[in-house]
Design a protein around this ligand. Structure first.
Ligand SMILES: *Cc1c(COP(=O)(O)O)cnc(C)c1O
Length: 461
């Protein structure tokens, strides 16, 4: 990877969107009014928004121009065919089922393949994937390599699946109990960590051997391919598009949230390599939940922006800048002594709340306390992925069950912020670090039964 100071952003800015930092007193009031949950803040009260990289992408002039060419015909719109061509070209799959976003593609996939009491294998399922598996009364099973969940071990492909465990599971149960294998690239849930080409190839061979379809959850496939190019000698001289074609060649289909690597604000799709029967089955479900086969819940203009975004998202200079910016933020935080997960992932930096605020016990939500402090310090919005997001109250014992990690994710929207915004984030961390002994924990005062972190309320202790 070239060093960040040897190049600048491979774009210039044609249109701007003003953002303003509220003063400290207002921020204290606003976060209090939001019950210390940043999901309750109005976006206009946020200065730098690192809540998520999903749908927060800045589109290019080329994509906006494409929006004007939206063909809003109910059936057979031109933009669908553009999208179909782009997917055939970049991914290599023939059958395309557009959906309104990634989870809608998951809904169709799970409806087709998954039934009660079955188990769906994967490296590490994303939370909406898990949700759709559980909705069908089936069980998600994560088989990520051990290094994948060790925050301090430096492994180049922490998204890899454990092949020994995978074969053991496949051997144990027949296809009627284990209908699908899903590989998520990059693995979102452990920090945007990539899957290696070799691991995908071997997972594919096992899936074939035992006769199960392999589906790639490919929301961040371009970032994954960039990591393969950087970290695997054998792919150094290949283009991102060549790497992508090979990666997808090992699977039978994919689900995509285009709100990530396709550089749009909404949209998704399900695609199959060559199985026409699956495609027709998927279309039946698509028509009920999404819309006719050529629009699937999206406007013609959205399909066009998505088709163009797939090309832009797989440009080498774009990816160098994208991954470079996330890495820039991570490096600066390391230099400032902030404990982060290593290696730095593709779409964000994950800070270890427990070791940043060691005086706050996990029961008092150190990562959430840091989320609150970042807003108070500089109007920065981040997300807690720890005790609030993954902990829960055991219905039998009434006791809180704690996840091992308590993290704050700084997700970086694509093409939206400059490195100077990243510098402000680093400075906020430095200021918080200087007074961190005085930061107190929080307590939950209201929580929903599932996905509690979206709507929870907190009070300061
Ligand atoms: C975002 C995401 C999804 C869900 O997609 P939406 O567009 O948010 O519905 C599924 N899988 C992964 C890996 C994701 O990052």
């Amino acid at each position: 990877m070239r060093s960040r100071d040897s190049y600048a952003e491979p774009f210039r800015i044609k249109m701007i969107e003003p953002i303003r930092q509220k003063d400290r007193k207002s921020r204290d009031l606003l976060i209090d009014k939001a019950h210390y949950n940043v999901f309750n803040l109005k976006a206009e009260d946020v200065y730098i928004d690192l809540l998520t990289d999903s749908g927060t992408n800045a589109m290019s002039a080329n994509q906006w121009a494409g929006m004007m060419l939206g063909d809003e015909s109910y059936a057979g719109c031109a933009n669908f065919y553009h999208l179909q061509d782009a997917i055939l070209d970049i991914i290599g799959y023939k059958y395309v089922v557009p959906t309104h976003q990634g989870r809608a593609a998951e809904n169709i996939l799970m409806s087709m393949f998954v039934g009660e009491k079955q188990t769906v294998l994967g490296n590490m399922h994303f939370d909406t994937t898990e949700g759709h598996i559980r909705l069908r009364k089936a069980e998600p099973l994560n088989l990520i390599i051990d290094e994948g969940i060790m925050p301090d071990t430096n492994h180049p492909f922490k998204g890899n699946i454990n092949l020994v465990k995978l074969e053991k599971e496949l051997k144990k149960r027949g296809p009627e109990q284990m209908p699908l294998l899903i590989m998520t690239v990059t693995s979102n849930s452990n920090g945007g960590q990539p899957v290696s080409m070799e691991n995908m190839r071997e997972a594919s061979a096992l899936a074939k051997k035992y006769g199960r379809p392999l589906i790639i959850d490919c929301a961040r496939f371009a970032e994954n391919c960039y990591f393969i190019k950087q970290r695997d000698e054998a792919y150094r001289d290949k283009s991102i598009r060549e790497i992508a074609r090979e990666l997808f060649s090992y699977a039978d289909g994919c689900t995509m949230s285009s709100k990530k690597d396709a550089l749009v604000n909404i949209g998704g799709f399900l695609a199959f390599k060559d199985n026409e029967e699956w495609y027709e089955k998927a279309v039946q479900i698509q028509i009920c939940y999404e819309g006719f086969r050529t629009y699937g819940g999206l406007a013609g203009r959205d399909l066009e922006a998505l088709a163009r975004g797939l090309y832009e998202g797989t440009e080498e200079d774009y990816l160098e800048d994208r991954i470079g910016q996330v890495s820039y933020l991570g490096q600066k935080l390391i230099e400032a002594g902030v404990p982060i997960m290593k290696p730095i992932g593709g779409h964000g930096v994950f800070v270890d709340g427990k070791s940043f605020l060691p005086h706050i016990p996990q029961a008092h939500l150190p990562a959430q306390a840091l989320v609150v402090e970042l807003y108070r310090e500089a109007g920065i919005r981040t997300i807690e992925l720890g005790t609030c997001a993954f902990g829960y109250v055991d219905p039998e014992t009434g006791q809180e069950v704690y996840p091992t990690q308590d993290l704050v994710r700084l997700a970086v929207p694509r093409r939206a912020y400059t490195d100077r915004h990243m510098d402000i984030v680093v400075r906020a961390f430095e200021k918080i670090a200087a007074r961190k002994d005085r930061i107190c924990g929080l307590e939950i005062t209201y929580q929903a039964e599932i996905l509690r972190h979206f709507t929870a309320r907190y009070k300061l202790l």
